[in-house]
Design a protein around this ligand. Structure first.
Ligand code: GLY
Length: 205
């Protein structure tokens, strides 16, 4: 968006565009992911992604999404989201991470939000957009994250997901759904370099 008027460029053309912009193409496969894929491929089972999204349980594994929100002293805000996507996905799948409002969203006037978890479900609801809009109306970040996740669970989805958010005033919070083992935390690093890990409270139902 700093180099063109476009917001999203995808597929092979995105790879070519990135190379034109000076990025070096490199494989993101590592020994662990290659081994897991080879073990799965050897079984000859089709990916479970051909089945409709289950409403009764979420056994989806293989997510490694990292969201970041940066807020400087002048109030400049930016959000970022990086992910391996989803294990054994159907080629061509687009997850929530690159979709504005789904995996991440930021508004200089309000704050930002980032999400991790089952992007196939979460992107249907643009939860990060909802969090920022709720904060715009005055809701604290933790309650806004809970409300965005509750909107999904209220529709019957049993999914695993977490959202972290921060307002331009520095107030931050997070919430999670579906991870009964308390598997969602986020860290905050302040200007002096001090970090603290925050664990979100009970899962949103
Ligand atoms: N949350 C990352 C993904 O589902 O692709």
């Amino acid at each position: 968006m700093e180099e063109t008027q476009h917001t999203l460029i995808v597929g092979d053309d995105a790879t070519r565009f990135a190379a034109r912009m000076g990025f070096t193409e490199t494989s993101l496969t590592n020994v662990r992911s290659q081994t897991r894929w080879e073990e799965w491929a050897a079984k000859g089972e089709p990916t479970d992604a051909f089945n409709p999204e289950p409403f009764d349980k979420d056994e989806l594994r293989g997510h490694d999404t990292v969201g970041t929100i940066a807020l400087d002293a002048a109030g400049n805000l930016c959000v970022g989201c990086s992910t391996n996507g989803r294990e054994f996905k159907i080629p061509g799948r687009v997850g929530d991470s690159p979709i504005p409002g789904a995996g991440a969203y930021g508004d200089q006037e309000v704050g930002g939000a980032v999400a991790t978890g089952n992007g196939d479900v979460m992107m249907r609801f643009l939860p990060c957009y909802q969090v920022v809009e709720l904060m715009r109306q005055g809701m604290p970040p933790d309650l806004a994250c809970q409300a965005a996740l509750k909107r999904i669970t209220d529709r019957g989805y049993k999914f695993g997901g977490g959202i972290a958010a921060i307002g331009v005033d520095g107030q931050h919070g997070g919430a999670q759904a579906g991870w009964d083992d308390g598997g969602f935390s986020y860290s905050v690093r302040d200007a002096s370099g001090n970090s603290k890990i925050w664990v979100s409270p009970q899962p949103t139902r």
